[in-house]
Design a protein around this ligand. Sequence first.
Ligand code: PEP
Ligand code: MG
Length: 881
Amino acid sequence: MSTKYVYLFSEGNANMRELLGGKGANLAEMTNIGLPVPQGFTITTEACTRYYDDGRQISDDIMTEVMEYVAKIEEINGKKFGDLKNPLLVSVRSGARASMPGMMDTILNLGLNDDVVAAMIAGNPDPKFERFVYDSYRRFIQMFSDVVMSVGKKYFEQLIDKMKAEKGVVYDVDLTAADLKELAQQFKAEYKNQLGEDFPSDPIVQLKEAIKAVFRSWDNPRANVYRRDNDIPYSWGTAVTVMPMVFGNLNENSGTGVAFTRDPATGEKKLMGEFLTNAQGEDVVAGVRTPMPISQMEEKFPAAFEQFKQVCATLEDHYRDMQDMEFTVENGKLYMLQCRNGKRTAQAALKIACDLVDEGMIDEKQAVLMIDPRNLDTLLHPQFDTAALKAATPIGKGLGASPGAACGQIVFTADDAIAAKKAKKKVVLVRLETSPEDITGMKAAEGILTVRGGMTSHAAVVARGMGECCVSGCGDIKMDEENKQFELAGKTFHEGDCISIDGTTGNIYDGLIPTVDAQIAGEFGRIMGWADKYRQLKVRTNADTPKDAAKAVELGAQGIGLTRTEHMFFDPDRIAAFREMICSDTLEERVAALAKIEPMQQSDFEGIYEAMEGRPVTIRFLDPPLHEFVPTEEEDIELLANAQGKSVEQIKNIIASLHEFNPMMGHRGCRLAVTYPEIAEMQTRAVIKAALAVNARHAGEYTVVPEIMIPLTGEVKELKYVKDVVVKTADEIIAQSGKELKYLVGTMIEIPRAALTADAMATEAEFFSFGTNDLTQMTFGFSRDDAGKFLGAYYDKKIYENDPFAKVDQVGVGQLVAMACQKGRATRPDIHLGVCGEHGGDPSSVEFFHKTGLDYVSCSPFRVPIARLAAAQAAIKNPRK
Ligand code: PEP
Ligand code: MG
């Protein structure tokens, strides 16, 4: 049987997301449960994939099927495309499997042309109706030109502004039928002027072009960025929904709105939303007019509002989750245009999940699965210091559209925000309103402040999705974007001035307000408790200082998976001694330098052991890429020369001799210990003496069992050589101390050869920790430090969809991990296995490590809660035996 590419709403259901996209599947489901939905059809995601396979063309067979369904909905709705009595007008909208709000394209009022417009007006003598028809027509021309033909919106907006100025009115609604009629003609002329051809009047041509535009929008730059950020594969494609129009802009007895069954910012159980009378959907979302709160809809449309409340209850009960809905009231009658599980802030997500459990709607496991681990990040970000916040006086207020605290210098464009981020400056992006082109700039900023737009405006929705603080709709701001300044509370703010914004209250403050660290408490704590109950992977942290270690414990770390000992020497007080060590040219000089370093290391280790209170601590031996440590400044070189009693010339020669063409593959890791075993001896002494000291200090409380980790090994004899040095040194000290001390020696697996020979490596190593940063670098053969320069081209060309340094490459690097686990266990069944590369804190990578059977993941302190939750989700979805 040939593939079916088109489905009526009545032919689908909620389980068909993959084929019908979220929007199409939910419209079908709402139809099935008897809610008022204008009856249309959905073209499948498979048709989108075909469109790309066929060289960005809609094949004739698909178009024929579409036309059959056009006939079906004409029949169902009793209206016909291009008909002069009862014309069918439709919306054409995108809908991917996962919702991507605002990323793809929509066209409304499709099917209008001069004849249809004239016939509609002739059939209804009400002058207000005439105005409505021309309003719809000019909107359609504008949207079609912009979305389908890429003629910039601005040309049309300029014409509207000019018309408003000529007529002396402020709002679009104040333009008369004659004004709008004139505008529609001006728009068509502009279309011809821009494209050199007439605006297409045939509704079928309009439809075909619109469908293509939606398919095409799957591949637009903002959708590609959004997908990369949200782990949505390019291969999914988007569906297209074609639905008969209902008109919120028909008259004053009509309107349109967007609502949530619970507050998407706080999670509170109350109907939240916004509504505009005499308007079409995009007016609410685009932030062009600031809408009224949904509660006021009750006064305007009591019957429709009552019905809408029931619909909300039905939908929540049906989907067992907070719903985000779009609806329209046409002549007092309610129509549902969309529903989906609503995007929400991390705070709201936690509250909603806990409330749903308490309401008996879902169980703990479902609650754990409902939270996107990546969103937790925002909860861990600093909040305003309460005392400082109390003492500060707000200078203005907008809507608290996405919670969090943001302070920084003001910038006015997305590009400036991006540039500031590169320069490591913190900025707040201030805009009249944001549009989808701003997304990268929004991400680069600490927070977003807009003059126009409500809780569901683009800025608000996108900021919540990104977990970024946003205050929207502060109408008191007098914006002068051109001159990069604005006025608020009688003061002029220029680019570079500092402000603070509070995304919870919507308050705006002059200057910077200090922030404090967040805590895991309340609902956050409850969800994390459930996560810990169900997860099977342990979560450790990568920490180099007692302070980081303590923070990580607070965030739930069960041990340290990686202490990078070289990081302890970045400190200006210490780097001198370290440089003496690497720039020594005799054994005596090196031993003298090491003697200075040893007590520093020992006291660091003692601090870390104490912070971890007996939890496992893995200390990795030195792995300094030398180029990161050799002095380059003249004054540092002189300092070193003086310390070692050498001439500047001699030091420069040593530095020159240390130069490597490829430091990442150079004299680093265990190679340093093979060349200079005295370094490994010193580090072993520090590790062991620190453990003995802490165990003595805390006898009866806890016992430290240090885990010594040898980095960058690729050959078992090399590992054995270094291990022998460690064991000899350690055992001597332990024997001298007269105390017992257990310690482990293991290795990192971060060179492909180590993974390939893991069975041999396991004869020496008591544990493996996968260094997936280097393993990725060496497996792909591209540098961790330089890949950023060319990965962009790989994303554009769809060769890679993600940064393999952020998300583990399961197909290649992942196979090495799986193989090494299996080989390691074959040799040493109780070998302990973990990962300490950056991937240990990435949710989809954590899922992979769970499936691969590792014992733990280790990640930076602030990602510990993310890894805990991701591990729980992986275990709930794929429990290990
Ligand atoms: C790794 O390579 O994954 C690792 C954790 O070590 P580093 O990042 O210090 O090279
Ligand atoms: Mg490494």
